[in-house]
Ligand binder design. Structure first.
Ligand SMILES: [Zn+2]
Length: 448
């Protein structure tokens, strides 16, 4: 082949790559179509049994990031659960055979056994490249999965940005050698890129966990017709006994697949978690813990006695990885935030008032400590911040769970009337954070 022919061939192929869309790549076979239909039938049965008519609260949501289902609207027939490129084999191994209802096992063939080689496709804008690199660096740093620029590997992740929408396959799909992951227009947010890479590592959506009905209600009547199958449960998903996390970056927002974009299709059983859903800031402590379990990262370190739910950092076995309200080598100390602007608050039986404001880039953690044996009660009167689903820019967060590992009640919209709730224990961290405008909060607290 002479040089000119080679150049023609190369430019022809580059042109091919930059215009190929998901529709060219995905031609669902009969088996996949049947599988989706079976999921649809399954949830339609559930639909008949359990229609939710919960009352909704409406919030003056501003500046919303479109839910993935809206960003991917043109591909809704090709994507499962809004942004998962179907690989029949992969989904089947995660979803299980719906007839036999066999129980969960990890699908080892979906894991990247020798790190993740990747390439950033031609034509990705500077912003997208930056966001993708940050998300790759995050997963590389926080887990034992090694990402590396592709050398000669046959199988690798290929980031594209020219195609519409944000989507990925779940896990390593042996059938695709160049495995595409799309960060299209509207998806150039760190949290979305981290979400899609989470899928590529093998993580399903949080609300498809087998136990999700204990935590959320699906409002079947508000979901667009014929897409209800996207709310099927993934029965074989292994939760590794990690708590359900409404603030997972892998959780849908409240309006996914809605008929009317202002109504909720998912509501939290504990309504104080409603605005926690839809986080697009970045992976939570439990998202990271899940990938570390999936890849058995903790097996690389001896037990060093981490406290407060921490576990050894597989990149540095002498130090524990801590939930974001603890610090110290063994997570033995309360964390007051990156600039130590938080502190400890002594809680007594008398009501006391907490009235604070944080400005952009401030992140403060306050630890409310009541006498042993009692619990901390809060009466939240006022919140002022940028109001959006997930409260991922400005927020106040109350970690009310006993373990303080899962994302707490997040508020960023006006509260009316005031809300009263009680933490599970005598110690409750409250996080005040602002990355966009400012957040102010007014509440009372006491020991009960
Ligand atoms: Zn997703």
């Amino acid at each position: 082949m002479d040089r000119r022919a080679l150049i023609t061939l190369v430019s022809c192929c580059l042109a091919f790559v930059s215009t190929t869309t998901l529709r060219d790549l995905s031609r669902p076979d009969t088996e996949t179509v049947d599988f989706l239909q079976s999921l649809q039938d399954e949830v339609e049965q559930e639909f008949d049994r359990e229609i939710q008519f919960d009352q909704d609260e409406s919030f003056p949501v501003t500046d919303p990031v479109d839910p993935l289902t809206a960003l991917n609207a043109n591909y809704s027939d090709l994507l499962f659960e809004g942004d998962i490129r179907l690989s029949h084999e992969a989904i089947l191994s995660l979803q299980g055979d719906h007839r036999s209802r066999r129980q969960a096992v990890r699908a080892p063939n979906l894991l990247w056994r020798d790190g993740v080689p990747y390439t950033l496709g031609e034509g990705l804008s500077a912003t997208k490249r930056k966001v993708i690199r940050e998300a790759i660096a995050f997963w590389n740093r926080e887990t034992c999965v090694n990402f590396r620029a592709r050398g000669t590997e046959d199988h690798y992740l290929y980031f594209v940005g020219h195609d519409q929408g944000c989507w990925s396959t779940v896990g390593r799909d042996k059938k695709q050698t160049q495995q595409w992951i799309s960060i299209g227009d509207g998806c150039q947010l760190f949290g979305i890129a981290a979400h899609e890479i989470g899928h590529a590592l093998g993580v399903m959506h949080q609300q498809s966990r087998p136990d999700r009905d204990d935590f959320v209600s699906i409002m079947w009547s508000r979901i667009k017709r014929k897409v209800e199958g996207n709310f099927a449960k993934a029965r074989t998903t292994n939760t590794y006994d990690l708590p359900y996390d409404y603030g997972s970056v892998m959780h849908y927002g409240p309006t996914s697949f809605a008929n009317n974009p202002k109504t909720h299709t998912i509501s939290a059983k504990d309504a104080n978690y409603l605005l926690t859903m839809g986080n697009r800031e970045g992976p939570s402590f439990l998202d990271v813990a899940l990938v570390n379990k999936l890849y058995s990262c903790q097996d690389r370190c001896p037990d060093i006695g981490c406290e407060n739910g921490g576990y050894p950092d597989s990149r540095n076995c002498g130090v524990c990885k801590c939930a974001p309200v603890f610090t110290g080598t063994y997570c033995e100390l309360p964390w007051f935030g990156p600039s130590s602007c938080g502190g400890s608050e002594t809680v007594t039986e008398e009501w006391q008032t907490f009235d604070r404001k944080v400005v952009k880039d401030q992140h403060c953690i306050f630890h409310f400590e009541a006498p042993e044996g009692s619990k901390v009660e809060f009466d939240l009167e006022k919140v002022d911040g940028l109001c959006n689903y997930g409260c991922y820019e400005d927020r106040v967060e109350f970690r009310v769970d006993r373990d303080r590992l899962s994302t707490g009640y997040r508020f960023c919209c006006p509260v009316n009337p005031s809300r009263r709730f009680t933490a599970d224990s005598s110690s409750a961290p409250v996080i005040l954070k602002s990355t966009k405008n400012q957040t102010s909060v007014l509440f009372r607290y006491r020991a009960v």
